[in-house]
Design a protein around this ligand. Structure first.
Ligand code: SAM
Length: 275
């Protein structure tokens, strides 16, 4: 390894240690390549030259940490992201959920909430919304605030509508929101039973037992060891026959927990806990 790369790795490790000790956010086991890219982006945005400079600023300036947190937590999301996932959810998961008198779903890493509203719409159309409580969590309080508000840019409605139709939506998508000067204000009913709360998958524990856990496009940023710990957390948090839903690029297949789940839908990454 070149000396430059060597030094860079030391700097990144020290920065992550500093963040952990000062603020309690633990990024030490995140996949390094994308982490480094994002750290450099913040170094440049702050007008600094080295990662060590950023470390000093982050330690003394919580506002800089807030910015860095936004950079590191990668909040990209959309409504009905991967429409085929929602079709599979309607076909394979909803019938299982129907068997419970009261349903609990954990949406882990919910970002600004688009996924939560999408699931709420699917549940509503399946007649399950009223008896379901969705626990929507994320490490990042700022995105949770947006998720709670449920107001999304009007410019996004075309994309959301297209995804909704592809996902097998049963109504006119516009029935779910009112266009305001502020943006598209989503129907309050969709999140009436939802709880939005900060939860860190790296350091926080199980907090309930769920019939389904949806954690899409989050584990992709974790290294193998951390993924394994999160799979343990999910396994502990699922009821027997509970469903785990991951993102298209994520899998439990190579984990030690693989044999405790049965595949419900291989391409849509749906598994059912069996033991
Ligand atoms: C790319 S977004 C995915 C959003 C949504 N699940 C989706 O698929 O569209 C990843 C989310 O994971 C959250 N996240 C990252 N690390 C986390 C952690 N340790 N605990 C909880 N959430 C985390 C980020 O804040 C971000 O909102």
């Amino acid at each position: 390894m070149s000396e430059g790369r060597d030094v860079e790795e030391i700097e990144v490790a020290l920065l992550l240690e500093a963040i952990y000790r000062r603020y309690g956010f633990d990024f030490r086991e995140y996949a390094p390549a994308s982490l480094k890219r994002r750290v450099w982006r913040r170094v440049h945005a702050e007008g600094l030259e080295t990662i060590s400079n950023l470390q000093a600023r982050v330690l003394h300036d919580p506002a800089c940490m807030e910015q860095l947190l936004l950079d590191l937590s990668i909040n990209v999301t959309t409504m009905f992201r991967d429409p085929s996932f929602y079709t599979a959810f309607r076909e394979r998961v909803v019938p299982l959920l129907r068997t419970y008198p009261f349903v609990r779903i954990w949406v882990a890493g919910c970002s600004t909430g688009e996924e939560v509203y999408s699931l709420a719409i699917v549940l509503d159309e399946a007649g399950l919304l009223e008896r379901t409580r969705v626990y929507a969590t994320d490490i990042n309080e700022a995105v949770l605030g947006q998720a709670r508000r449920g107001v999304f840019p009007l410019e996004k409605m075309q994309e959301f509508t297209k995804n909704y139709v592809q996902a097998g939506g049963m109504r006119a998508f516009s029935e779910y929101y009112l266009a305001d000067y502020d943006g598209a204000v989503f129907d309050r009913r969709l999140t009436e039973n939802a709880v939005f709360a900060q939860h860190n998958l790296v350091s926080d524990r199980a907090f309930n037992e769920f019939h389904a856990i949806v954690c899409r496009n989050v584990m992709i940023y974790f290294d193998r060891q951390l993924q394994e710990r999160v799979f343990r957390l999910f396994h502990e948090s699922l009821a027997r026959f509970g469903v785990l839903a991951l993102g298209h690029k994520e899998t439990i297949r190579f984990s030690a927990f693989a044999d405790r789940f049965e595949e419900l839908d291989g391409s849509e990454k749906l598994w059912k806990k069996t033991s």
